[in-house]
Design a protein around this ligand. Structure first.
Ligand code: GRF
Length: 211
């Protein structure tokens, strides 16, 4: 069987950022867009949380925002179908999950195959899920970090684009380690999106090659 290869597009792209909270990664992406290092525009900031600070911030910045109330939909599938419609309507090229706390349905992942990326505050495949900074401390690992990866239907899985490593110190708390990791997140997330729209990401099976 021939190996399936996906190449990211070299173009001026349209990004949708999905978030549920603070939005510091959204701001890092937005800074990189404004400085011109990412060849794209943020065409939509979406949230499943009405009062997400990141969403409010995006609105203040004059970006197009959208909030969909999960309770108004019969199922997760119906919610994600609507979301996909909205994203297709404005011809979104890439969805950046940035602290989006709702698990995507397989249908949405399929529709946007190789077009959804996520940032996770651990060195995947170690520590998927939540409270992973505390888990890294509890396990006594010497290093943790952050991972930007393509999204597949399984949570925190998918081909890895960039990772950054930070030391875990003996006296770290969840807060201190999270802050050290977050600093790296703000560097590698914009970097990954920059490479994406420079047409430099090549996905072969589980591996991403930077060309
Ligand atoms: C980050 O730690 C990110 O890695 C994780 O959720 C957090 C979101 O933070 N997926 P923010 O909302 O971008 O500040």
């Amino acid at each position: 069987m021939q190996e399936e290869i996906y190449k990211s597009p070299k173009k001026r792209g349209k990004i949708a950022v999905f978030l549920s909270g603070r939005g510091s990664n959204f701001l890092a992406l937005s800074d990189a867009v404004q400085s011109g290092s990412i060849n794209a525009d943020i065409a939509l900031v979406f949230s499943n949380k009405k009062a997400a600070p990141g969403l409010l911030h995006a609105r203040e910045m004059g970006l197009k925002t959208l909030y969909l109330r999960p309770k108004n939909f019969d199922s997760r599938e119906a919610y994600d179908e609507r979301l996909a419609e909205e994203a297709k309507k404005i011809e979104i090229d890439l969805i950046c999950l940035a602290g989006y706390m709702k698990i995507l349905t397989p249908g949405l992942c399929r529709k946007f195959k190789n077009k959804i990326i996520n940032i996770h505050p651990a060195l995947l495949p170690s520590f998927p899920g939540l409270h992973v900074q505390q888990k890294a401390i509890d396990w006594g690992v010497r290093f943790s970090g952050a991972t930007v990866h393509f999204v597949e239907a399984e949570v925190d899985m998918g081909p890895i684009i960039i990772q950054a490593v930070v030391p875990v110190e003996q006296d770290d708390t969840e807060e201190t380690l999270s802050a050290r990791i977050l600093k790296e997140e703000h560097k590698i997330y914009p970097e990954a999106v920059r490479l994406y729209f420079e047409g430099r990401l090549e996905v072969r099976e589980r591996r991403v090659f930077i060309t």
